[in-house]
Design a protein around this ligand. Sequence first.
Ligand SMILES: Nc1nc2c(c(=O)[nH]1)N[C@H]1C(S)=C(S)[C@@H](COP(=O)(O)O)O[C@H]1N2
Ligand SMILES: [Mo]
Length: 264
Amino acid sequence: MTEIITRRKLIAAGFTAAGAAGLGAAVRLANRYGLIPPDHNHIFGSGETATYAALRLFTSHHSRAREFTRSDISKIAPVKGEPPKSEAYNRLLSGGFADWRLRIDGLVDRPSSFSLAELKRLPSESHIYHQACEEGWSFIAECIGVRLSNILNLVGVLPQAKYVVFFGLDLPDTGDLRNVIGAKWNSIDMDDAWHPQTLLAYGMNGQDLPTRHGAPLRLRVPRQLGGKSTKYLSRILVADTVNNIGKGYGGSGVEHGFSWYAGI
Ligand SMILES: Nc1nc2c(c(=O)[nH]1)N[C@H]1C(S)=C(S)[C@@H](COP(=O)(O)O)O[C@H]1N2
Ligand SMILES: [Mo]
């Protein structure tokens, strides 16, 4: 506790001492406490670091996204991002995803893979959240799935883990994580990974997840903008760095100018 208060004071000092010119000071402090987001070297880097560090230090690790009731569910749920166009995806889809597997590896004790049926046998939960896209639209929908933390506990996360990385089914099967050009991928820190509202969702509004919304499985991170909630999942990687994936900024969206940390 004392340690947290001290950190908060230090960061607050960094932010207020020099106002806008204090960004550099804030970034140095954040650096000292390991609160540097992977996109800190990107164009808006120092601002990204200040935002991420401030949100992580000033909001509780257990802060919850607001939840809604069934009557709040939006009649229309907009879509962003097409299903993978590959033949492999269409084959999985027409087979009801019986042959699909979610692979989870990296810094874990037991690298594993799960079928959809196996995921559905794990304790499931339903949350009604608001999902907002950085483009300005939003909707409220029910998400049904497994807590990411359940899966992480099953595979056993090693203490060095700092990020959980999510890859869509369009990931090229080359094994070379530098070469994920064109694939959708994203990463979150362990704080969001263990958060009780972070779900691997296979259902939406009482039904199987519709194709356009990411079937068979998508991530939902309700404390961040919709762009972080990767659809069409194929692989989860637990890692201590994201520097070796793609261009090293922590997600394909960052390469197109979006923030890695999209807290709301
Ligand atoms: N694989 C994949 N995941 C994705 C996207 C995408 O294009 N491909 N778009 C992202 C964006 S920007 C948003 S806002 C949400 C949209 O989710 P929805 O289509 O279910 O509304 O998914 C995110 N996850
Ligand atoms: Mo988005």
